[in-house]
Design a protein around this ligand. Sequence first.
Ligand code: SF4
Length: 550
Amino acid sequence: MPPASAKTSPTTSRPRRGEGQWALGYREPLNKNEENKKNDDGLNVRQRIIDIYSRAGFDSIDPADLRGRFRWYGLYTQRAPGIDGGKTAVLEPEELDDRYFMLRVRIDGGRLTVAQLRAIAEVSTAYGRDTADITDRQNVQLHWVRIEDVPAIWEKLEAVGLSTTEACGDTPRVILGCPLAGIAEEEVIDASEQIQQIYDEHIGSPLFSNLPRKFKTSIAGCSVHCVNHEINDVAFVGVIGPDGTPGYDLFVGGGLSTNPMFAQRLGVFVRPDQVSEVWAGVCSVFRDYGYRRLRHRARIKFLVKDWGTAKFREVLEKEYLGYALPDGPAPELDPGLRRDHVGVHRQRDGRYYVGFAPKVGRVSGTTLARIADIAEAHGSDRVHTTADQKLVILDIDEERVDSAVSALEAEGLQVNPGTFRRQTMACTGIEFCKLAIVETKARGATLIEELERRLPDFPEPITINLNGCPNSCARIQVADIGLKGQLVTNAAGEQVEGYQVHLGGGMGLNAAFGRKVRGLKTTAEELPDYVERVLRRYLEQKEDGEAFAQ
Ligand code: SF4
């Protein structure tokens, strides 16, 4: 088999206009980002942070590192406080920069031990002003981090096996996995080993540290498809193979934001022992043939769309794997509408897991430390993150479940939340994000409170996702009600914070992108009224069994 990195000779015809594909000979950088990556590998910034920047302070940081390579270690400058969303597009990037950082800790497979959770909690309280957000990619994000403290933070995290390497940047990001892998009664396959193997073999490797853009992976055998394979760049989905043994179906090209696309099946069956190699093959196709000229076309979905799945499969097999993969079956579709693993459920070993819902993923270091205490006091050493900004404590004996539930609820972490607490997500928003136009987290929390008050016991599982800008970090295009932050004009003719509304998105059986209807906008102030009206109308008009997205 040729090494995954060895591809240089194309077998495809040259497109009319080069898009910066390495495999077609475009090795000269075609934009500033590509130039920065060519000048120096993002992974090399780690030593400069340890040796120079953390000692000499913020002003010593080379701008190409500050706004580029720092991301290879999960560091972004956060937005300077007090700059409103109207300035997002008109100010230079450096005018939006704060001297503090967001730091993303990658949690591959969402798997955390109690010791790891404690380490994150301690970093948050010692170095991050007690901030912590659970993201919808199973990571934890901290804020208010100073460059001076980064080496000490890394030391603390790495001592318990955690890392921030390639948590951001044009790299293979965190690998999503079912938080119940190995314990769920109904899972098709436990993907933990494959996730760990990819992490060990490929994360932090210079072979994959200069991709055209970010590369998102999910690997799971979860029966409800909790990691949302439909919107990952590459996804391995548990199936029973032609020979009756479990393995994976392979999807490529999923992604939201600009030109959203659901991932496409290649129609192959991948054995568990082939997953790491096949992952490297797909990642290499993206690295070598991915479009690098324009950032907004640099995701793998554009390549998959242009090539189609047959050609993608052929290039993967012939040029990278050196063998053909057998045809395989499609995964069974998820008949449920909830993928979040919230609530108390039995594990296949007879113990129980308890999934619970912070509001819009926001917790704190102090709260994370309390969760670690609760887990430990109830005999558990595992607290996992979900792809819905939730947490799950695993391995609780039946007789201790009630006590664990009470302890969590005393911290405001609901185990049996209503629809709105359970299914509302919000991205980082203007509080910290430099791309944001509007506030999201606090507004999401207020929206939950208002809807719980106005529509108590709402019977349907409605997802409401808030984004602070046109990107889709909180997956607005696949929510029942997706709210895209933008400036809108209020009744007095003033430009104020508000949202463009997308209606009727979903995944699983109801996979569809929400429809953006012209004129469907609301000011932030009127948001609870607006959503309440939409939901009341839905309850009044729906036919028997009709879901919101239908
Ligand atoms: Fe920032 Fe926009 Fe992503 Fe929200 S959606 S975190 S505002 S880039």
